[in-house]
Ligand binder design. Sequence first.
Ligand code: ZN
Length: 103
Amino acid sequence: MIPDVLERMELREALPGISEQQAVLTVRKAMGAELRGYSAFPPSQEAREIDSSVAAEARCGRCGAVGLAFAGFTLWADFTRDDGWASYRAFAVCPVCHDIQEF
Ligand SMILES: [Zn+2]
């Protein structure tokens, strides 16, 4: 049990991680005009915590790597209010093959 867990931890550490900022740049490049007007962050700290943990446990559909980076984009109707967002799009970016999945 314990050696198995340790092996998996080593595997995870060996993966080349990418930061949220790098993930944002990757998604912006790939989506182009579709994200025009969006801010490159989620609508709240709560959304960031939930969605980055979802991405961190997700598996890449293309290469099978586990532990994807999160990138959130928010389109604001009224940015002076926490709930003033019109559209929120969350993406998971693979640190290995840079495949992008929207979730
Ligand atoms: Zn991948």
